[in-house]
Ligand binder design. Sequence first.
Ligand SMILES: Cc1cc2nc3c(=O)[nH]c(=O)nc-3n(C[C@H](O)[C@H](O)[C@H](O)COP(=O)(O)OP(=O)(O)OC[C@H]3O[C@@H](n4cnc5c(N)ncnc54)[C@H](O)[C@@H]3O)c2cc1C
Length: 350
Amino acid sequence: MNPRTSELPKLAAYTTLRLGGPARRFVSAATSEDLVDAVREADAAGEPVLLLGGGSNLVVGDAGFDGTLVEVATTGYRRDGGIVDVEAGQNWDAFVAGLVEAGLGGLECLSGIPGSVGATPIQNVGAYGCEVAESIVSVELYDRETREVRTLAAADLGFAYRTSVLKGTDSGVVLSVRFEVREDGLSAPIRYAELARTLGVEIGARVPAAEAREAVLKLRRGKGMVLDPADHDTWSAGSFFTNPIVPSAEAEAVLKRITEVVGAEVPQYPADGGVKLSAAWLIERAGFAKGYPGPGNRVSLSTKHTLALTNRGDATTADLLALAREVRDGVHERFGVRLHPEPLLINCVI
Ligand SMILES: Cc1cc2nc3c(=O)[nH]c(=O)nc-3n(C[C@H](O)[C@H](O)[C@H](O)COP(=O)(O)OP(=O)(O)OC[C@H]3O[C@@H](n4cnc5c(N)ncnc54)[C@H](O)[C@@H]3O)c2cc1C
C-alpha cells in the first residue's frame, strides 16, 4: 500500500502546542515499509523531511516547514516473555497501559507521557525517576546516510539526561524499539520522593505496577502534564527547558551566587560531570510565577507547572518564543545559569 499523500493543513493541527505553519507536503506512513519509502523518496528528490510522531515535543515556526512532513503512523507491538518489540508510531501511553494491564512492570513511572514510542529514545524520555534508557534493549532504524535498515544496541545510543545520539540529527528514522520489561508485575524501584510519598513507600521500594501508574497519572494531572484538550495548561510541549547541569568546575561559584541572591539553599542533584539544578526552581526564583503571561496573554507559563510554556488559544509561535526568551534571559541575568529548550525547534530559534 502506498503512503497516503495529501495537501496540507498547518502543523498546528499536529502539535500539542497547536502551533506551527504549513508544510509543503504531507505523507502518512502506516507500515515500516511505507515509512522507509516515504523518507527515501523525499531524500532522492532532495526534499527536507520532518518526522512526526505525536507532535508533543515540537515547536514549529509560524512560517511552517518547507519540506515533507512524514507522519509515523505505524502501530502495534509483539511480546515474547519479557521482550517487547513496538512499532515506532504506537502511542506511548496506550502501550504502557497495555503492559500494566498484562501485569508487566518497568515502564509504569513513564505513564501519561504523550507521543509515540519511536520518539522516546530520541531524547531518552524520562519522568518520576525513570528513563526509557533503562528498559530499551535496541532500536531498529533506517539510516538515511547509508540507506540501510540497521539495529543499534542501547549501549550505542549514547543515552544521557534528556538526550541520545539521535537527538538533534535527523539521520536516523526509528522504525521500532525493543524493550525488556519485568514479568513479576512489580514496578521499577520507586526513586522519586514525591511519588514515594504519594504511594506511602520508602525510596527503592517496588509496588504493583498498576498502583505506580495510577499514582503517576494523578501527580501528572495535577501538574497539567496529561493531555486534555479542554485544559489550556496542557497545550504545551511538556517541560520547555531541561534542568541545567552546571559543570563541576563552575558549580561552587554558581551555587554561591544563587544562594546569595535567593537567601536559601539551592536544590541540587548529582549528575554526570557536574550538578543538576531544578529549572522550575530557578525560573520561579527569577520572578516568573505559575501563570506568568507572555505577549497579549496569548501564551503563559502553565498555571500548574512553571516549566511548561502554554498556548492559551490563539497564540503564534513568535509569542511562545518571546516568552521563552524572557524566561531564559531572566534566569541568566539573575543567576548566571543558561537554560536550554527541551523540545525540538523547527524553523525557529529562541
Ligand atoms: C503535556 C506533556 C507532557 C510531557 N511530559 C514529558 C515527560 O514527562 N518526560 C519527557 O521526557 N517528555 C515529556 N514530554 C515531551 C514529549 O511528550 C516526549 O518527548 C515524546 O517522546 C515526544 O513524542 P512525539 O511522538 O510526540 O514526538 P514528536 O514531537 O512528534 O517528535 C519529536 C522529535 O522526534 C522526531 N521523531 C519522531 N518520531 C521519530 C521517529 N520514528 N524516528 C526518528 N525521529 C522521530 C521528530 O522529528 C522530532 O524531532 C511531554 C509533552 C507534553 C505535551
